[in-house]
Ligand binder design. Structure first.
Ligand code: AMP
Length: 629
């Protein structure tokens, strides 16, 4: 079928379109109504239908493909590879679900999962889905403060953690972070379930709270746990993401709409069907990990490859050797991942038989053209840039080779995927802009299935954050974009104070709060500055309460951020200045700061309150980071 017809039908006749797509999954009870939209912008897909993500991802495949690999969890950190069939996955998930039930976790209860990219994280997620518990996976690279914020918002009945992660051969103990987060949180979980990998043999146990997974696993080795059928719009999981305030938003996903959207995306976008193999290099802690390491491939009856380790160890050919060994059809990674490989000898791209590999999808941040060309030439495969957000749960813009492969245009993530009625509108007037003009990318509601249903326990914040930017009710992506005359969209960066570091989204406010917790910091501004490897890196401009110890203060500020938010947020550079550039109304001129730091024109400065502040910034940049004023 032609892409245009498929997309047009999804917009013009959404109910008929999605009713057809809904047949790809198992319904315990068929929906009463395909779309309920009587309270915009809230919408209910497949209202009244009952289904279960775990059943669709696991049980449903047992008769036809029980002995097929469901999950291959490879760790080049521990040297372990686990090949898990659908039958074995079913067993593990039943055991895990029984363990959860024994800890009094039931339908609607939240479970925070703080684990590295290992098979048990997948078992835990599916076990929650099986019994109707709402999981919230927190990326293992996040530090204690981040974890505490998420705990307090989700109020989990249980936290599941591993003893440690490992990166580049270095063991990263998780338990001290869990304990610190529980100490900081106002609503710490009553129970912590520890999956002991044996990486941190001496981790401290909290009597009466901590329980050991291996012990309980043995006790429930033969358990069978019935699937809990959920109404299509009940929450399946929460995934926190950074916004413009210091408080992360709990993106809430439903059950039926998510399953249907993923099923559609697997064949039409990623071109992966039952029995085929998908390898996503993401971590289960991110949106890509949820959708394309866990639920998407499993709902499709495919094999999913999970990878813990660096892209360069034991050698820079590791990803391609995995593709060869497991006959990977579609691979999914990030531009940063490819830029890491680009620093290595290009001959690593040629050492393995990649005949099974059809596509490499890249997402999470802008794909720069030199990187796109380098990898296209290097592996000789179709490289597909796709654009989406944690909020959407699956691509908004992509090419759809499973349907009809349109030509790749370098620099663009392509065309709208089904159900996305996209416009590029003027920031002020809200009118649609002409082709090749810059505007804000918006989605006409109702949002398609799979997208977030609300912000956890905060409907008002959902409306305020996404639907209140224009006079008409539209979902703002908060990204600048340009659409060319062929309908290809180009993403030009965020309209808000969110930055993108190595494909991961960070709120500058969160980092500012962390920097400001240093006792000698009077005020701090954090911006994202262009970086060749990571896309952007956080850079701090700070004023001190007491001058004279700038270099020490700078290092301490960095440590503060690493400790509270994790290594990803660690500022690349800290500039100590006497004053920060602000408007007369006291608003920080972040964009001017960013322009100066990237050696660009700082733009219109007519609203600047104190011209000296800008001079200060220029001098600080000339002096170099970490130097005092
Ligand atoms: P996250 O929710 O962490 O996935 O971040 C979503 C944001 O990442 C988007 O709003 C964009 O700013 C950026 N992003 C994601 N994918 C792309 C892409 N293919 N091209 C450009 N920017 C992207």
């Amino acid at each position: 079928m032609r892409y245009e017809d498929f997309h047009r039908r999804s917009i013009e006749d959404p109910e008929a379109f999605w009713a057809e797509q809904a047949q790809a999954i198992h319904w315990h009870k068929t929906p009463d109504k395909i779309l309920e939209y009587d309270n915009p912008p809230f919408r209910r897909w497949f209202a009244g239908g009952e289904t279960n993500l775990c059943y669709n991802a696991v049980d449903r495949h047992l008769p036809a493909r029980g002995d097929q690999l469901a999950l291959v969890a490879i760790s080049t950190e521990t040297g372990l590879t686990r090949e898990i069939t659908y039958h074995q996955l079913h067993r593990e998930v039943n055991i895990f679900a029984a363990v959860l039930k024994s800890l009094d976790v039931g339908r609607g209860d939240r479970v925070v999962i703080y684990m590295p990219n290992i098979a048990e994280a997948v078992f835990a997620m599916l076990a929650c889905a099986r019994i109707g518990a709402v999981h919230s996976v927190v990326f293992g690279g996040f530090a204690a403060h981040n974890l505490a914020l998420r705990i307090d918002d989700a109020e989990p009945k249980l936290l599941i953690a591993a003893d440690a992660g490992s990166r580049g051969g270095k063991v990263i103990p998780y338990k001290p972070l869990v304990d610190a987060a529980c100490a900081e949180a106002s609503f710490p979980p009553p129970r912590v379930l520890m999956v002991d990998r044996g990486l941190d043999p001496d981790y401290a146990k909290v009597e009466g709270r901590d329980v050991d997974y291996a012990t309980l696993r043995e006790r429930h080795a033969d358990a069978q746990v019935d699937v809990t059928w959920l109404e299509s719009n009940e929450p399946s999981y929460l995934l926190y993401t950074s916004g413009t305030t210091g408080k992360p938003k709990g993106v809430q996903r439903d059950v039926g709409g998510y399953a249907v959207a993923l099923a559609l995306s697997m064949w039409s976008i990623y071109d992966v069907r039952a029995g085929q193999v998908m390898f996503s290099t993401s971590d289960v802690g991110w949106a890509v990990g949820h959708s394309y390491n866990v639920y998407g491939p499993l709902i499709a009856g495919a094999t999913s490859i999970l990878y813990e380790g660096l892209p360069t160890a034991p050698d820079p050919g590791i990803w391609w050797s995995i593709c060869e060994r497991y006959v990977v059809r579609t691979m999914f990674s990030s531009p940063t991942g490819i830029r890491v490989l680009k620093k290595q000898d290009a001959s690593w791209l040629k050492k393995h038989d990649l005949s099974s590999l059809q596509y490499l999808f890249l997402a999470g941040e802008p794909l720069d053209e030199p990187t796109a060309h380098w990898i296209t030439d290097g592996i000789g495969k179709t490289i597909i840039d796709n654009y989406w957000q944690t909020e959407t749960g699956w691509p908004v813009l992509a090419l759809m080779p499973g349907l009809e492969l349109k030509p790749v245009k370098f620099g663009s993530p392509g065309l709208p995927t089904p159900g996305y009625n996209l416009r590029v509108i003027d920031e002020v007037s809200g009118e649609e802009v002409a082709p090749n003009q810059k505007g804000v990318l918006v989605i006409e509601p109702p949002l398609p299935p799979g997208c977030m249903t609300t912000v956890w326990r905060d409907d008002a914040r959902f409306v305020r954050s996404y639907f209140s930017h224009f006079k008409q009710l539209v979902y703002s992506s908060l990204d600048w974009a340009i659409r060319d005359e062929d309908g290809y969209t180009f993403i030009l960066g965020r309209t808000d104070d969110v930055i993108n570091v190595a494909g991961h989204r960070l709120g500058t406010r969160e980092i500012e709060e962390s920097v400001s917790s240093h006792p000698n910091v009077a005020e701090a501004a954090v911006i994202g500055v262009r970086d060749e490897l990571k896309g952007q890196v956080p850079v701090v401009f700070a004023t001190l309460k007491q001058a004279g110890i700038a270099a020490t203060a700078a290092e301490e500020m960095r440590d503060c951020v690493s400790r509270q938010l994790g290594a990803l947020a660690r500022p690349a550079r800290v500039y100590v200045v006497a004053a920060l550039p602000k408007t007369r109304s006291g608003k920080l001129l972040r964009r001017s700061l960013q322009a100066l730091a990237e050696q660009r024109d700082p733009g219109d400065l007519s609203t600047l309150d104190d011209p000296n502040a800008l001079e200060e910034v220029k001098q600080a940049l000339a002096r170099g980071a970490d130097a005092g004023g």
